[in-house]
Ligand binder design. Structure first.
Ligand SMILES: [Zn+2]
Ligand SMILES: [Zn+2]
Length: 394
């Protein structure tokens, strides 16, 4: 049985995978700077005699082909970059790069995929089909490594029929995984606004153009664009986390600066919302005598898990981990550049539980105290190998 074979190898290599993870965790690199990480991955692939090519500078794409005949291809993706955060954990594998930390678990994804590659290379003579290993740079920074790798042809020659990715989830206990079919994560756009008025004495508003009161209208007006024009069945979120009006009790400032985020799950509405928000902001400013600079920096698209593929992969997870360890998830309004694969190929992005409350491993991703329960890596390496082989029809 292939499942038992995989489980056995996953146990044998577990300590190595933890070592990989700790090495990567200790030596994190920022998006687009994953030089040593990339060299580490390629050295491991060399050891495993897995051929690979480079893409998007630090990206690596390996191919493992089973010796049994089949032209089916499945792609497995892991991201490799870290975040500009100073680690606060006191652990033996604490980040040595000050101000840089694997606070989103991409060290776990990369080491897990190296473990999966080890399992698959040991089983090469027992399966049919090709597994494409995508070690991707720069998930955390626009324009996103996924986007660049697709432009450079990562989904061609050979073309995968399915792309599978996993991401750590500190709200799910280690040993469990979670799935959601259909729309799962949001598109993410950044909004930058400058309302330019005319500052002056707070006692003489008639001589000034007050950008503060215009901004107050704008904030409520923009929320109404979302609440009145979006289909209520389609989730949309608009939040402004930065509003700077640097006047004083008796000083009206010259300008107000705002930064916000807009997230949704429909590309047509996303484009429409951009136009409507800009129009409202500019129209409002004009009507009140101010100028407006309204800029939207487009982020990642929404992420969709193809229904049939996700049902299959979830079924394989139930086979491998048991029914009680496979959860159903709700939508998640964060963004993820895996979304780019999901826009052009049948894709499935699932969550790997990494929580261990007893050991205090509960911090959210992107925080200085984030860590993972490493035993999760035993399940993750074997599960991904099992998913790949089953998806290839073995
Ligand atoms: Zn992240
Ligand atoms: Zn991440």
């Amino acid at each position: 049985m292939i499942k038992e074979r995989i489980q056995l190898i996953a146990e044998e290599i577990f300590n190595n995978v933890v070592d990989y993870r700790r090495h990567l965790h200790t030596n994190p690199e920022l998006s687009f700077e994953e030089v040593a990480t990339s060299a580490f991955v390629s050295a491991k692939l060399d050891e495993l005699e897995i051929p690979y090519v480079r893409m998007a500078d630090n990206g690596i794409v390996g191919l493992i082909t089973g010796t049994k005949p089949s032209d089916k291809v499945v792609a497995l993706r892991a991201d490799m970059d870290a975040l500009p955060i100073t680690e606060a954990n006191d652990v033996p594998y604490k980040s040595k790069n000050v101000g840089v930390m694997h606070a989103c678990g991409h060290d776990a994804h990369t080491s897990s995929l190296l473990g999966t590659a080890t399992i698959l290379s040991k089983l090469r003579n027992e399966f049919a089909g090709t597994v494409k290993l995508i070690f991707q740079p720069a998930e955390e920074k626009l324009p996103g490594g996924a986007n660049l790798m697709i432009q450079e042809g990562v989904l061609e020659n050979p073309k995968p029929q399915a792309v599978i990715g996993q991401h750590v989830m500190p709200f799910i206990d280690a040993g469990k995984v979670g799935f959601r079919a259909g729309k799962y994560m949001a598109s993410t756009d950044e909004i930058y606004v400058k309302v330019i008025g005319k500052g002056g004495h707070g006692a003489q508003p008639q001589q000034n153009i007050d950008p503060v009161i215009i901004t107050a209208h704008m904030l409520t007006g923009l929320q109404q664009v979302i609440s009145r024009f979006a289909d209520p069945k389609n989730p949309s979120v608009l939040s402004f986390g930065k509003v700077i009006a640097n006047g004083a009790t008796n000083v009206i400032p010259n300008e107000v600066y705002l930064e916000g985020t807009f997230r949704t799950m429909d590309e047509k509405w996303r484009a429409d919302a951009h136009i409507r928000m800009k129009k409202l902001a500019e129209g409002l400013c004009e009507s009140m005598g101010a100028k407006c600079e309204f800029t939207i920096m487009k982020g990642y698209p929404y992420l969709i898990n193809e229904e049939k593929l996700t049902a299959n992969v979830k079924g394989f997870a139930v086979d491998y981990l048991g029914k009680d360890n496979v959860l159903d998830l709700d939508i998640w309004m964060a963004g993820e550049d895996f979304a780019y694969y999901s826009q052009v190929a049948d894709s499935c992005f699932y969550r790997l539980g990494t929580r261990n409350e007893a050991r205090g491993i509960t911090s959210s991703v992107h925080t200085p105290t984030f860590d993972i329960e490493e035993s999760a890596l035993m399940g993750s390496t074997g599960l991904m190998a099992y998913i790949a082989l089953k998806q290839l029809g073995n």
